[in-house]
Design a protein around this ligand. Structure first.
Ligand code: BEZ
Ligand code: FE
Length: 307
């Protein structure tokens, strides 16, 4: 009589096989798990395995990738988020932003927030000057906040921030720049109007002293962002806009390190030489002037919350 042998039934695909690798890993997914997690992980596994098959890394190359990710994590702290920076330079931040902010024609487009936004910046009256270090070429920014039909939106909140003329945000140079230099909050008037004084922004490098900077260099890319001012515009009943405006004369417009430029956001900065006009706005000639209007779409989901 033949001795009974224990038989455990395994499907052939339970064991590793190079050709079927992604299906085998995804086949391990449990029952009743969160469907979104299941979708995300199975797509990631599919594309990750496809990339590894196309690249065919050596063990040394794979370990270099692990070391890069380790160093990227190790440099992160309360102020520095190197993984977001990695997402930025790979265009992923802008892609996620685009997917989540498909707006009607005529609405001001979104761009990425960037790491240097600070909540609760000082509130100013329209016309105030946010440049506290006296560096740079004076600039007047003015415009209106409207809905998509051009109707003024009163009491909209406009948060603005930019680097100083040396290319640093105040929070990058605590103790060197005055606190809250070149950032402030304005409120649109009854006609949707807003205005403030600042300085013409310059291009500046993203933080490039870490693994992401090293990667950029190795890929033959520079770390510069095209010159811009950041804005967040919020008003009850409307979709908030996180955006920038760009100077038209910046050489880095077509090669912004984080792909943040959209053609609709390149503004018309004009040099004003006329002394009387300068006097009227409380500046000396020459100064720069830009008119920029924001068009907000009706809110379709709750106003954004910045954690
Ligand atoms: C910024 O514009 O402030 C910024 C955006 C992405 C990465 C670094 C800086
Ligand atoms: Fe910036």
């Amino acid at each position: 009589m033949q001795e009974a042998t224990a038989t455990v039934s395994h499907s052939r695909s339970a064991y590793f096989d190079e050709a079927q690798s992604a299906d085998i890993v995804n086949g391990r997914m449990g029952q009743g798990i969160d469907p979104r997690l299941e979708q995300v992980m199975s797509v990631l596994v599919k594309h990750l395995h496809a990339a590894v098959k196309e690249i065919e890394p050596t063990h040394e190359e794979w370990f270099a990738a692990v070391r890069f990710l380790t160093e990227t994590g190790q440099i992160c702290n309360a102020w520095r988020q190197e993984y977001i920076l990695l997402s930025d330079i790979l265009g992923v931040s802008m892609l996620v932003d685009a997917i989540n902010h498909r707006r009607p024609t005529g609405a001001t487009p979104n761009t990425i927030l960037g790491p240097f936004y600070v909540a609760n910046a000082p509130e100013y009256e329209n016309g105030a000057n946010i440049c506290l270090d006296g560096k740079g070429e004076p600039l007047v920014v003015a415009g209106r906040v409207t809905d998509l039909a051009g109707k003024p939106i009163a009491d909209a909140k406009l948060e603005v921030w930019q680097t100083n003329d040396d290319g640093f945000y105040d929070v990058q140079q605590k103790g060197i720049q005055p606190d809250s230099n070149l950032r402030g909050v304005f409120t649109s008037d009854h006609d949707g109007g807003y205005s403030f004084k600042s300085v013409k922004p310059r291009h500046y490098p993203i933080p490039s002293d870490g693994p992401v900077g090293k990667l950029l260099g190795a890929m033959g890319r520079h770390p510069n962002r095209a010159a811009h001012l950041h804005f967040i515009v919020t008003a009850p009943g409307y979709e908030s806009v996180i955006t920038h405006i760009f100077t038209p004369d910046c050489p880095y417009l077509p090669e912004d390190a984080v792909f943040g430029v959209k053609s609709e956001l390149i503004a018309d900065f004009r040099k004003v030489e006329d002394r009387e006009t300068a006097q009227r706005v409380g500046l000396e000639a020459p100064f720069w002037s830009v008119t920029w209007d924001f068009a907000l779409a009706p809110a379709t989901k709750p106003a954004h919350v910045i954690a």
